[in-house]
Design a protein around this ligand. Structure first.
Ligand code: GDP
Ligand code: IMO
Ligand code: MG
Length: 427
């Protein structure tokens, strides 16, 4: 029965990997349903740090079967690089299943991602440069290459040729780059086919059978609500649907299969890449959050933009994902502030609103209205019960619950697996 989705409630890097890992041994399948290796999920187990980009975090739990769903875009070199890296560290990856319908990121997608960003100049999105947008564009344009195409040489070559026909004109004539040889691309892709073959399966069938058998299936979101192409801060978004509903599309399970949706939110806010961010701190406070929280990208190493907690941002995610629970991360990073601002409303051109503005223009003009909560000096990284947290820390948690209108069921007080305070079971 239990289908659980974990979704980022802000702009990514909330600690989804760690939250997913919490359920670890109680989960039978852990499924990635959207995005690709634009994600970077860091998990710390017994002092060992793992950074996963394409594989679901469940790969670190010996009991759980890791799955890559049809909604994911796969860079095969990254996939095998990640598998080899984990195997070298003694992690068993042999149970991995990959959907035959997942799309492939090719060399030309990566090339196009880079040149289009360069061409956009100051209007760039700040993508991860991993070919994500161009691969999803091809999927929607019905020019994509899927995993199953690797098992039919002649179809694969035809599809790569068709995909490159227009793109080579673009690369040559618009972007002033060299054309890409379709035969080379096909050969590159085919070189991975035999290694991939045993992992490929009808993931939709496997997961629905598992749910029929009352097994626990956890859908691990990548990116976040506000990076969703439909619900995020468009056009400063990724090209897929990370929201909870994306799990249905990206894995092939009906909405009635999902009975728990867990939002992951950081105790403050970060964002990588361009786009609006009302509570961003472009001062020493922002630098302090970045240093204290080690807010540097897992994927690209870029500095993460940092700011205070924005209740409007999370409340919008709570609403559109119907979160049943929230997991609050990095609360330990806020130790040491005398008072902690929390954004409870925006001033948009002189008018106060406590809901996210409807238009991009208003969002860009939003000025945060802060409530100031009392801080705490104590190091809370050793706390394991809510009652052990300082009174002001407890009050911070309770106030966030009120503002975003959802209960907080777990709290991260450090990067390690055991550094959590649980208030309600997540299963
Ligand atoms: P994800 O993309 O949502 O999985 O998040 P990232 O892994 O990109 O970024 C979260 C970072 O915070 C990682 O380095 C985690 O190890 C770390 N982290 C997660 N939860 C906590 C927490 O509660 N406290 C602290 N100090 N670090 C955390
Ligand atoms: P996780 O799963 C934070 C951002 C990029 C850029 C925009 C589009 O670790 O939370 P893309 O390469 O997807 O076309 O880039 O989305 N972005 C992320 N930011 N965390 C992520 O993943 C992200 N994945 C994409 O920085 O602004
Ligand atoms: Mg990340």
């Amino acid at each position: 029965m239990p289908g659980i989705v974990v979704v980022g409630a802000q702009w990514g890097d909330e600690g989804k990997g760690k939250a997913t890992d919490q359920l670890g041994d109680r989960v039978d399948y852990t499924v990635r349903y959207s995005g690709g290796n634009n994600a970077g999920h860091t998990i710390v187990v017994a002092g060992e740090k793992y950074a996963l980009h394409l594989l679901p975090s469940g790969i670190l739990s010996p009991k759980s079967t890791p799955v890559i769903g049809n909604g994911v875009v796969i860079d095969l070199e990254v996939l095998f690089g990640e598998i080899d890296g984990l195997e070298a560290r003694g992690v068993d990856t042999s149970r991995l299943l990959v959907s035959a319908n997942a799309h492939i990121i090719t060399r030309y997608h990566k090339e196009l991602d880079k040149v289009t960003e360069r061409f956009l100049g100051k209007r760039k999105i700040g993508t991860t440069g991993r070919g994500i947008g161009p691969a999803y564009s091809d999927k929607i344009n019905r020019l994509g290459i899927r995993v199953q195409d690797l098992f039919d040489d002649s179809i694969l070559c035809q599809k790569v040729e068709a995909a490159l026909e227009q793109k080579n004109h673009l690369l040559l004539k618009v972007y002033n780059r060299r054309a890409i040889d379709p035969a080379e691309v096909s050969a590159e892709l085919l070189s991975h086919a035999e290694r991939l073959r045993p992992m490929v399966t009808d993931v939709t069938r496997v997961l629905n059978d598992a749910l029929d058998s009352d097994l626990v299936v956890l859908f691990e979101g990548a990116q976040a609500h506000h990076l969703d192409v439909d619900h995020g801060t468009y056009p400063y978004v990724t090209s897929s649907n990370p929201i909870a509903a994306g799990a249905c599309i990206g894995a092939g399970v009906g909405p009635t299969r999902i009975n728990r949706t867990i939002g992951i939110m950081k105790a403050y806010t970060t964002r990588v890449g361009e786009g609006p961010f009302p509570t961003e701190l472009l001062n020493a406070d922002g630098d302090k959050l970045r240093t204290d929280g080690a807010e540097f990208g897992t994927t690209t190493g870029r500095n993460r933009r940092c700011g205070w907690f924005d209740a409007l941002v999370v409340e919008a995610a709570v609403t559109a994902n119907a979160f049943t629970d929230l997991f609050l991360t990095k609360l330990d990073i806020l130790s040491g502030w005398e008072r902690i601002p929390v954004c409870i409303a925006y001033d948009v051109n002189g008018e106060r609103t406590d809901r996210l503005p409807m238009t991009q223009t208003d969002f860009h003009h939003a000025v945060p209205v802060y409530e100031y909560l009392d801080g705490w000096a104590e190091d809370i990284s050793g706390c394991r019960n809510f009652a052990e947290l300082p009174a002001n820390t407890q009050a911070y948690v309770r106030r966030l619950e009120e503002l975003v209108r959802c209960r907080i069921s777990g709290i991260g007080v450090g990067p390690s697996r055991e550094q959590v305070v649980m208030l309600h079971d997540l299963l």
